[in-house]
Ligand binder design. Structure first.
Ligand SMILES: *Cc1c(COP(=O)(O)O)cnc(C)c1O
Length: 499
């Protein structure tokens, strides 16, 4: 198995190279040269395995340059009950008949990002060792809230790594900010920027692809890599939970082997739903992939019309991890749908960079409609949905997951489709206690830890220890910079002085 660049199909690297490098030099994203197949017999066998064993099975198809011992080391180090508060790692909860919440937030930072970021440091350091890079790996992260904390937890005190996280000062929840600014570890750095998530992501991408900066790091014995979902090492682990949950539903007798399911995903950067697409292409029987957006509904319009247009107002919403107008991973999807047409990708994403807009071909439009359904809702509808689910099913979900539930309800009324459905539940409600309580009609005039206690009373869900203990931690990181100062901040932090 080799990896190509979406902007240059003649690039041919191993998985270790793709993971260590993060992004291709031409600015493209690494994609597998073919999608490995799994059979229904495989699915049946997976039903009897642990999550780590299922992960081993999937990784061994993608990381063909890793030895079995290396993959085993990675999956066992990440997917265990030291890191996750559930033996199953990902939990499947019944919401209502034929609808299952795939709870992906049982890891250390209470968001689905842990599913990938608990294993990425192992994949990355193993890759670096295999390639004999002998350099310190500097992880640069742009975050809309959850990736930053999950990456910090994953990489803290990992030898020969240093991590720098940029987050939009006004774009994260109080709990998310607290999680990041109190982060412990000797190799971690956190900085707020004046700007939104797209500014942070563009800044990080620009630093990554700047050859002068790369040369400067090289001279100092360092290299950049990425923990954002542009890195293949982020995406591959996300395929696993879709395969795993399908196998689990078969094993539990909820669906028959070969029955189709729908997958609903609250979407921002298009990483999580793309992993669902890969699971489908590998052989998991999927009917529709349902892409749910908040008021930043650029993907809804794109999937419906084939026109991607980021020239629109940016909304700060109660589901901040989806406040994104440039969804990076769409580039991977379009590379596959266009028949691996790298020239076409260069044209479209060139137009996106220069005009903020592109329109895909008719054949790609057809395929988009075939594979996906897209919908969106605003903050008021999100809150109504949280209240409705709470009242009807005594289930408390976070603001992002509620967007998915709402869009799924709209999908059902529009289509009458009764296919059994998995809804990706992407964060613990405790990360967004204020908005969730507000939706339930409970007074929110208290600090974030009192809110947590109120939510515990209402939801009956145990408070995650990792959030409760933040209360007594000191704020370590207070810096706020302009989005134009990111490069200087990186050099200053790494103590390279000729910026
Ligand atoms: C990151 C995130 C999302 C969006 O996921 P993408 O892979 O970026 O589409 C949704 N919900 C939560 C809670 C998140 O942290």
């Amino acid at each position: 198995m080799y990896y190509k660049s979406t902007r240059n199909s003649s690039v041919n690297v191993t998985s270790a190279q793709a993971i260590a490098q993060g992004i291709s030099k031409d600015g493209g994203l690494f994609v597998p040269s073919e999608l490995p197949k799994i059979t229904l017999d495989d699915v049946k066998a997976l039903g009897d395995m642990s999550y780590a064993q299922r992960a081993f099975f999937v990784f061994s198809k993608y990381l063909t340059d890793f030895t079995d011992a290396e993959i085993k080391y990675c999956v066992e180090s990440a997917y265990n009950t030291k890191n996750f508060d559930s033996e199953n790692i990902a939990e499947l909860a019944h919401l209502f008949d034929g609808t299952y919440m795939l709870e992906l937030w049982h890891g250390p930072t209470c968001a689905f990002k842990d599913m990938a970021l608990q294993i990425l440091p192992y994949l990355l350091t193993t890759s670096a060792k295999k390639l004999e890079l002998n350099k310190k790996i500097v992880i640069l992260v742009a975050t809309s809230g959850d990736t930053g904390k999950a990456a910090l937890e994953g990489f803290k005190d990992v030898p020969d790594t240093e991590i720098l996280v940029f987050y939009p000062d006004d774009g994260v929840s109080a709990m998310q900010k607290k999680q990041m600014t109190t982060q412990e570890g000797k190799n971690v750095n956190v900085c707020a920027i004046k700007g939104n998530f797209d500014d942070a992501q563009n800044g990080v991408k620009a630093i990554f692809t700047n050859q002068d900066i790369a040369d400067e790091l090289d001279k100092n014995g360092m290299m950049f890599s990425s923990a954002n979902s542009i890195n293949w090492g982020r995406l591959a682990p996300q395929i696993i939970y879709y395969i795993s949950s399908y196998a689990q539903l078969v094993k539990d007798g909820e669906i028959g082997l070969g029955d189709k399911i729908n997958i609903v995903v609250p979407t921002g950067n298009f990483g999580n739903i793309l992993a669902g697409f890969y699971a489908k292409k590998m052989g998991i029987p999927v009917n529709k992939l349902i892409c749910a957006s908040n008021a930043n509904n650029v993907l809804t319009d794109f999937i419906r019309t084939g026109v991607y247009n980021r020239n629109r107002p940016f909304h700060t919403t109660i589901s901040p991890s989806m406040d994104i107008l440039i969804s990076s991973n769409l580039e991977r999807l379009l590379y596959h749908l266009s028949g691996e047409n790298d020239a076409q990708i260069r044209e479209w994403f060139g137009a996106l960079a220069s005009e903020g807009k592109y329109e895909v071909s008719n054949s790609v439009k057809e395929m988009l409609k075939d594979e996906f359904y897209a919908g969106c809702c605003d903050d008021i509808q999100t809150k109504e949905c949280i209240k409705e689910i709470y009242d009807k099913y005594s289930y408390t979900c976070d603001t992002h997951t509620a967007v998915a539930v709402k869009v799924y309800e709209d999908y059902k009324s529009a289509t009458g489709d009764e296919t059994k459905t998995i809804i990706a539940s992407t964060a613990s409600p405790y990360k967004f206690s204020g908005s969730v309580l507000d939706a339930m009609g409970i007074d929110t005039n208290s600090d974030e830890f009192e809110l947590v206690e109120k939510l515990a009373e209402a939801s009956k869900i145990p408070v995650p220890a990792s959030l409760a203990e933040l209360k007594n931690k000191d704020i370590r990181f207070k810096e706020i910079i302009d989005k134009t100062e990111m490069k200087e901040f990186v050099f200053k932090t790494l103590t390279i002085h000729n910026a």
